[in-house]
Design a protein around this ligand. Structure first.
Ligand code: GAL
Length: 784
């Protein structure tokens, strides 16, 4: 149910009633995030708090903590839906994949159910509430301030669907497929299916990626309300990030010989194992997590889920060489899991950022005792057939790490996960590592996850019984894309007058560290099973180290900025994680008017061991990676370079010392021409698909202008519409959905959305004194 929803913010009397007049309400499509349209406002959710987990003692005023966007308040969504033919033998469910937050659901004026946690998936049986013909769904949403530590979004931000089926049918999320035995020539596929009805028979076939049937089985033996069958798949193709091979089980349910229900469940054949000292293995092969943490917002799109935007994120991460995602700190979207199955990413699916003890006054602590079990059950039931999920997380840095009840809670939650899914282990991202060593909290967990605290890894490994440590959250290095600060030195919580952080990648938080510190642990200790970097992309809210500085309103932690453009750090991770492609990246940019003769260090992020740097043809010497410091081990750094405009060139050498690759950057002249580059030029005419167009300016010779800040305007013609823009500047208060924005460090991204019409689309970008840029896109009704 996507189109033609009616929406209104505010406290509205009688909006739940069937015959309520909503004709003057705004018409929106769902998924929808009402808050992303702004405006940004310093006063919104201004939190006067001490962030205890950041080591703060005294409360201070935090302005952009949740993004300074208007997510607080109440709102209603209403939608008509048709039940053409009401049958006694049928039932109707309504499924919500997420509603932020505290949705109360009314059907034809009667309350059909409610849910508290904004990140949960849930469904209700609404058979008793519907009538034949037109029905009215009304959903009340309510968001309190101080309910989040980041931008939570607002409203029906994920899909809502109505399912009508026979009463005799497979239960919603009642199928569980596992692959408990795998050898080279045979895999056992075990399928448990919960069903409703009498005199039942199950028929299941498995088809491979090309649609060929590879196994089938039938059964009439029910155990309670559950079928359990085992199928043999010969010569199984295993799922892994490198080979994300998927099978589909097609199950049919018969009653007295009549077909009553048919479902398709996609799954993968793969084995996972976590072993002391040895680490994690996938399909028998030791594999380290090269992962990133992701919050759920999609930058300028807000939290409204969009598959094209998710796919783009994953493509960027794939190119970086990442193999895993952690959905911090809540349930991932179904779309994200589907894409991870298809594109090959392992997944750490998390449930909560809070248990019983608060981090923010109105956070999940309000619901924990009553809701935690059902929230976990829905998470597991709805997502357990995704081969990408290899671990669950029951919590992140919960203050319950302190004290004995916390240990019990950790055990309670883990037991729920084990009961619902005995095949995957459970972790918690721990920051109070010392406390969890003493209390036994860390010892209870299947996998001890450490958030930062690189100095405690050895001790944790010694004290915890599991024999492995996961870097559940790492780095939290901060930087702004294309911004470099001098002098170049390591610093914690460093602030500058422009509220930006340096892209020399040497700045971090009081609790965190630099990427290289994690790399060393990952490389030197077999028992460190991998890392999840905080974060893959910048997100709205939590603008550390500028939590108190307005107008900072989004994070600096991302490897990529809020627009999805790579920061320099992208190439540092890529140089290490992407084993197939060469990485040779020079920083900073080379436009430093006014710095002539001043020391301007040059870093090179590369998979090669050594390289020689040249400035205007003159050698500045060879640098070779070495173990003197973590930075020297993973970066090539020329610390004494006197800036002169011109050409900076690097030549990299292979192990034999022969030149193997080169790269150069040039000082650019004045901005002259706007250039556009789309991630995809052909999109689907489904009203949802997106093309992400990177906009930059070049000088008259075509050199990118890395410091340009021109104000640009966007116009879309033809079978598409302007959707939103973002420049990645964490301090920008320009509205994403307005068709104008300033460049930040020479770049921004414009999103063009398809309509339901196919045909050519043109995006034109103009700016004062600049030659305009144009790009031709195309929207088609066929698959592309
Ligand atoms: C962690 C926390 C994350 C984020 C991060 C910033 O402590 O789990 O949610 O706040 O710090 O460094």
């Amino acid at each position: 149910m996507t189109e033609d929803w009616k929406f209104k913010k505010g406290t509205i009397i009688n909006a739940h009633l069937k015959d309520f007049n909503d004709s003057r309400w705004e018409t929106v499509t769902v998924p929808h995030d009402w808050a992303i349209y702004g405006p940004f406002d310093k006063e919104i959710d201004k939190q006067s708090v001490a962030i205890i987990q950041n080591g703060e003692q005294v409360p201070t005023e935090k302005t952009g903590r949740t993004g300074a966007l208007p997510y607080i308040g109440q709102a209603w969504y209403r939608k008509e839906f048709l039940i053409p033919d009401l049958k006694e033998t049928q039932k109707t469910l309504i499924v919500f994949e997420g509603a932020m937050s505290q949705p109360q659901v009314f059907i034809n004026g009667r309350k059909a159910g409610s849910w508290n946690y904004g990140y949960s998936y849930f469904y209700f049986d609404i058979s008793d509430y519907i009538v034949e013909g037109e029905n009215t769904l009304a959903v009340h949403i309510s968001n309190k301030g101080e309910s989040s530590r980041w931008y939570p979004g607002a409203g029906l931000y994920r899909n809502v669907s109505i399912i009508t089926k026979n009463k005799t049918s497979f239960n919603q999320w009642g199928t569980f497929i596992t692959t408990p035995f795998i050898s080279e020539n045979k895999a056992k596929v075990k399928i448990k299916s919960k069903v409703s009805g009498n005199n039942l028979k199950l028929r299941t076939k498995i088809i491979d990626n090309e649609g060929n049937e590879v196994a089938n089985e039938s059964s009439s033996s029910l155990f309670g309300n559950e079928f359990e069958i085992n199928l043999a798949v010969l010569n199984p193709r295993l799922w892994s990030p490198e080979t994300p091979y998927l099978y589909t089980a097609i199950s049919e349910l018969y009653s007295n010989g009549e077909l009553k229900d048919k479902i398709r469940t996609r799954f993968g054949i793969r084995s996972i194992k976590y072993e002391a000292e040895k680490g994690f293995s996938l399909n028998g092969k030791i594999t380290k997590f090269k992962g990133v943490c992701l919050h759920h917002d999609l930058g300028q799109l807000g939290t409204a889920i969009n598959k094209a935007a998710l796919r783009r994120q994953l493509k960027i991460l794939k190119d970086m060489g990442a193999n895993a995602i952690r959905s911090s700190h809540n349930m991932p979207s179904f779309e994200q899991l589907e894409l991870c199955d298809e594109m090959g990413f392992m997944f750490l699916a998390e449930s909560f950022d809070e248990w019983a003890k608060p981090k923010v006054k109105n956070g999940y602590n309000r619901f924990f005792k009553e809701d935690a079990e059902k929230d976990i059950i829905n998470l597991v039931h709805a997502t357990r057939n995704h081969p990408s999920i290899v671990m669950w997380s029951s919590g992140n840095e919960v203050p319950d790490q302190w004290g004995t009840e916390g240990v019990k809670r950790a055990k309670w939650l883990q037991d729920i996960f084990h009961r619902e899914d005995p095949t995957r282990p459970v972790t918690v991202g721990m920051d109070q590592v010392k406390a969890t060593m003493e209390s036994g909290f860390g010892a209870v967990l299947d996998i001890p996850g450490l958030n930062y605290r690189v100095h405690l890894y050895e001790e944790a490994y010694d004290k915890f019984p599991q024999g492995i440590i996961l870097g559940s959250e790492t780095a939290s290095t901060v930087s702004s894309r294309g911004v470099y600060k001098f002098p170049v030195k390591k610093a914690s919580m460093k602030q500058y007058e422009d509220y930006q952080s340096s892209s020399y990648d040497l700045e971090y938080c009081s609790w965190s560290n630099l990427p290289d510190d994690d790399f060393a642990l990952q490389d030197d200790k077999d028992w460190v099973i991998g890392e999840f970097v905080w974060t893959g992309f910048d997100y709205l809210g939590e603008p550390t180290p500028y939590d108190e500085m307005w107008p900072s309103r989004s994070s600096y932690f991302g490897i990529n900025d809020l627009a999805g453009l790579p920061k320099d750090r992208f190439y540092l991770y890529r140089s290490r994680w992407n084993k197939e492609n060469e990485t040779l990246h020079i920083l900073p940019h080379w436009n430093w008017e006014g710095r002539e003769g001043k020391n301007t260090p040059v870093f090179v992020y590369t998979n090669y061991d050594s390289a020689e740097l040249f400035l205007n043809g003159k050698s500045l010497g060879v640098q070779k990676k070495n173990h003197s410091t973590p930075q020297n081990r993973y970066r090539l750094m020329w610390m004494d370079v006197k800036y002169q405009p011109g050409v900076l060139k690097v030549i990299a050498f292979n192990k034999a010392g022969e030149p193997i690759a080169e790269k150069e950057i040039k000082t650019a002249g004045a901005p002259d021409q706007i250039v556009l580059d789309a991630d995809r030029t052909t999109i689907k005419a489904d009203g949802k698909d997106l093309s992400f167009v990177t906009v930059s300016v070049v000088d008259k010779d075509g050199n990118p202008c890395p410091t340009a800040t021109n104000q640009l305007n966007f116009k879309v013609k033809g079978a598409g519409a302007y959707r939103a823009a973002c420049n990645g500047d964490p301090t920008s208060l320009e509205l994403f959905h307005q068709p104008t924005m300033k460049l930040f460090s020479g770049k921004l991204v414009v999103i063009v959305q398809s309509t339901h019409k196919s045909g050519p689309i043109e995006l034109k970008v103009t700016g004062k004194k600049l030659k305009s840029g144009k790009i031709a896109l195309n929207s088609t009704s066929s698959e592309n």
